[in-house]
Design a binder for this molecule. Structure first.
Ligand SMILES: Cc1cc2nc3c(=O)[nH]c(=O)nc-3n(C[C@H](O)[C@H](O)[C@H](O)COP(=O)(O)OP(=O)(O)OC[C@H]3O[C@@H](n4cnc5c(N)ncnc54)[C@H](O)[C@@H]3O)c2cc1C
Length: 468
């Protein structure tokens, strides 16, 4: 029996998709990469996943795990191949297994949608803090496998800091049950960290124990204009000194980035004018006006010190939602306006202004026809530095691939020169495999290869992703 036949013999017929039924699984979020697969398998349980993996392991067939397919580095979509891998989509594994508010944990299937998990936590008066623009589609297995960051890292850390336990189907089909909800567990190597951020290259995450936090009862949100990123740095330090852990959000955007958002969503309006904008939010466990007072006093002092040019506080939850719509609209704007070459670098927080200045002037010197669009989780030193070509300028380029590589090199060299990383929160995927080899310490690269070989000796898990 061939592989398809063997898969159909262990899974119900409607859970193995082929032909046109696979279409939605074969294109990346940008719409730029079109892949191929033998089939898409839609398991309903970890046992189904283990059966699929065992069948593929027996014949050394490649497997690409897929969550919500919102990843930005092409990691969840196989490239065209003579012997195309199978995609294992977790989208039918959506059970909330258990919520333990007293322990501050929620156990879930890996296919649960991030927004649903956040809503379930809210229903028991708790917060699951990982939040990002794609939360209505991305899955828990996907955010774990990319170690997604998002807009709350400043206060709560990345996904890694919010996962206590994991269940993983290993490349030979064995199920590893690490579903522990413990804050302390030094019984040997902490294996969960191997799989967090592994981009499906070491196994398929089927379940997770997530860490829940006390639910903030009050938010104070303000939209600000500033003259330049150096002033944003001064303001960040002022806010951290005055407000401590209450500062949850500090997001920097330039005017060109926000013009793209408004062009896509004309109903939105910019609350303030200026070349640079900040979305700042404080959160606190106790209700009342103390939080707003704290924010207003700090912002007032920053206005007096010339760090801010204009401030517009959110008067109510509807206005707060509009501020967030501007921030969360940036990725979609970059997908739809012209051709944006995006990057995801990190530098020390103190180096963000210098990095932005040097990367901007280097890109402009080589590509004067392009705009620079910036959206930055500045509180984490993470910059999404985009080089935007108008559609006509992009079409007019004689060497588009060469341009992609040239822009990438300029931006990543600048990040490296500032002590940074070429991949802050989106991972390596298929986009940055050459950079990983070029820019990683050789000893670290060797260790990564040894780990991959030890756990997946036949290289069946997400071939071509992360370690090519
Ligand atoms: C509008 C938008 C905003 C975004 N904002 C942010 C942001 O602020 N911060 C940030 O960090 N990222 C952001 N992202 C990218 C982010 O990486 C993804 O949204 C999310 O983490 C991926 O989840 P997914 O379920 O869609 O995974 P997919 O895209 O399906 O897969 C991503 C990777 O994980 C692997 N994978 C998926 N599920 C599993 C599993 N169960 N087991 C093993 N491997 C698996 C895949 O093989 C692939 O390597 C954004 C994306 C979009 C489209």
């Amino acid at each position: 029996m061939d592989l398809l036949g063997r898969l159909r013999s262990v899974l119900p017929h409607d859970t193995v998709l082929t032909g046109n039924d696979m279409a939605g699984h074969l294109q990346d979020w940008w719409g730029r990469q079109q892949g191929s697969a033998l089939c898409v398998a839609l398991p309903r349980s970890r046992e189904d996943v283990a059966a699929i993996v065992s069948i593929c392991a027996a014949s050394g067939h490649g497997i690409v795990p897929q969550g919500g397919n919102t990843g930005l580095t092409g990691a969840g979509v196989p490239v065209r191949h003579d012997n195309p891998p199978i995609i294992v989509s977790l989208s039918r594994m959506r059970q909330i297994r258990n919520i333990d508010p007293a322990n501050g944990t929620m156990s879930v299937d890996a296919g649960c949608i991030l927004a649903d998990v956040r809503t379930q936590a809210l229903a028991v008066g708790r917060l699951f803090p990982v939040s990002l623009g794609a939360e209505g589609s991305c899955q828990i297995g996907g955010i774990i496998s990319t170690n997604a960051g998002g807009t709350n890292v400043l206060r709560y850390g990345s996904t890694r800091e919010n996962v206590l336990g994991l269940e993983v189907v290993l490349p030979d089909g064995t199920i590893w049950n690490g579903m522990k909800g413990l804050r302390k567990d030094n019984a040997g190597y902490d294996l969960r960290h191997l799989f967090i951020g592994a981009e499906g290259s070491l196994g398929i995450v089927t379940g997770a124990v997530l860490k829940l936090h006390p639910l903030p009862r009050a938010h104070a949100t303000v939209w600000l204009s500033i003259a330049d990123p150096a002033r944003a740095l001064a303001l960040l330090n002022r806010l951290q000194t005055a407000c401590g852990e209450r500062l949850t959000t500090f997001e920097l955007m330039n005017a060109a980035q926000l013009a793209g958002v408004i062009a896509c969503q004309p109903a939105l309006r910019l609350p303030t004018e200026g070349p640079w904008h900040l979305l700042v939010e404080l959160a606190d466990l106790s209700q009342g006006e103390a939080l707003e007072t704290m924010l207003f006093e700090t912002i007032g002092a920053a206005l007096d010190a010339g760090e801010i040019t204009e401030a517009f506080p959110a008067q109510n939850s509807a206005q707060r939602a509009k501020f967030w719509a501007l921030r969360h609209g940036t990725a979609e704007a970059n997908r739809r306006s012209g051709h944006v070459l995006s990057s995801d670098v990190s530098v020390p927080i103190s180096a963000v202004p210098d990095f932005l200045a040097s990367a901007s002037s280097a890109v402009r010197a080589s590509f004067p026809q392009a705009d620079i669009v910036v959206v930055s989780h500045m509180g984490d030193g993470n910059v999404h530095f985009g080089t935007r070509f108008a559609a006509g300028d992009w079409q007019a380029l004689t060497d588009q691939t060469g341009t992609v590589l040239a822009v990438r090199r300029i931006v990543n060299d600048c990040a490296q020169a500032h002590g940074g990383s070429f991949s802050a929160e989106h991972g390596i995927g298929r986009k940055l495999t050459a950079e990983l080899i070029e820019r990683t310490d050789p000893a670290a690269l060797l260790l990564m290869r040894r780990l991959k070989a030890a756990i997946d000796p036949h290289g069946i898990m997400n071939p071509g992703c992360l370690l090519d």
